[in-house]
Design a binder for this molecule. Structure first.
Ligand code: AMP
Length: 284
């Protein structure tokens, strides 16, 4: 396994691999790896001749007052995990190389898809995500790139960007990996105190209750949302950013639940912001 920080060197290496006929599978991350990231890497290992992992805490996707400075980082631990899973190349660039002085180009996916949910709560977030992912694609030149459905709207935004900008990259969406008690794995879970960690179980539990109700035949989205809200508000320290039932393709709110309906939520637990989602009846 090799670790490269230099952008030109990384791009040159990846272009040479492509020319040699190697298929490049790519997993972009912000590091502090957990089992969710590892599931993407395992699948990438299976799909690609060469497996590339990027680790970059991307400042342009963090808003004012968000956790950019405190975001957990542990490169040495990530390196061990990456080696175990069979990563060939880690791309670990410096912020000042990705965004040098005078940097001024951004890629923005516009419209309803990015205006709602995370886009409404975190203005500029998807502009930062789309910009860094497009830069990483230009550097790594992957055939396939793997993303988790934990960040459901991010995956939809990247798929839109791929279509709109004709990137020759196949996007692979991967299932959410959870802790044994149901909490979706996230690098941010380390911020949680024991009590906050316990209260955070309400996220997955409200999704499960909602899915049970939908599968029993309830199709009124408002009634299903009420049940989810009741579970979330039973915890004293949860502050809800949003709980919505949306069409999985457009992310528009739905009134009547069907196979394409997904419930998405974002909740603050103390100072930690967590997101989760689940299809209610159908899958993927
Ligand atoms: P991050 O490092 O948080 O930017 O995440 C990097 C990639 O891992 C993204 O595609 C995420 O959607 C994915 N990911 C993060 N958490 C999970 C999880 N619990 N299950 C599956 N994929 C995840």
């Amino acid at each position: 396994m090799e670790i490269l920080s230099d952008i030109t060197e990384m791009q040159r290496r990846c272009l040479a691999l492509r020319e040699a006929g190697k298929r490049i599978a790519f997993v972009p991350t912000m590091g502090y790896l957990h089992a969710g990231h590892l599931s993407l890497l395992h699948e990438g290992r299976r799909r690609g001749d060469v497996l590339v992992l990027s680790i970059f805490v991307n400042p342009t996707q963090f808003g004012e007052g968000e956790d950019l400075d405190s975001y957990p980082r542990d490169f040495e631990r990530d390196e061990v995990l990456a080696r175990e899973v069979g990563v060939d190349l880690i791309f670990y660039p410096h912020v000042e190389d990705i965004y040098p002085p005078g940097y001024c180009s951004y890629l923005s996916v516009e419209g309803d898809l990015t205006a709602t949910l995370e886009g409404a709560c975190r203005p500029g977030h998807f502009r930062g995500v789309a910009t860094v992912v497009s830069k990483l694609f230009n550097i790594v030149q992957p055939h396939q790139a793997l993303f988790g459905r934990k960040d459901f709207q991010q995956l939809a935004t990247i798929e839109q960007m791929i279509r709109d900008f004709n990137f020759p990259v196949e996007i692979v969406g991967m299932p959410i990996v959870r802790e044994p008690d149901g909490l979706a794995m996230s690098s941010r879970n380390v911020y949680l105190s024991d009590d906050e960690r316990r209260q955070s179980l309400a996220l997955n539990q409200s999704l499960t209750l909602a899915a049970e109700l939908a599968r029993e035949g309830e199709s009124n989205a408002h009634k299903i949302l009420e049940v989810a809200l009741k579970r979330l508000t039973a915890e004293p320290d949860l502050v809800i950013d949003y709980v919505k039932i949306c069409n999985a393709d457009t992310l528009e709110d739905v009134e009547t639940v069907d196979q394409r309906s997904v419930m998405l939520l974002a909740v603050k637990v103390g100072t930690t912001r967590l997101i989760d989602n689940s299809f209610l009846i159908g899958q993927i």
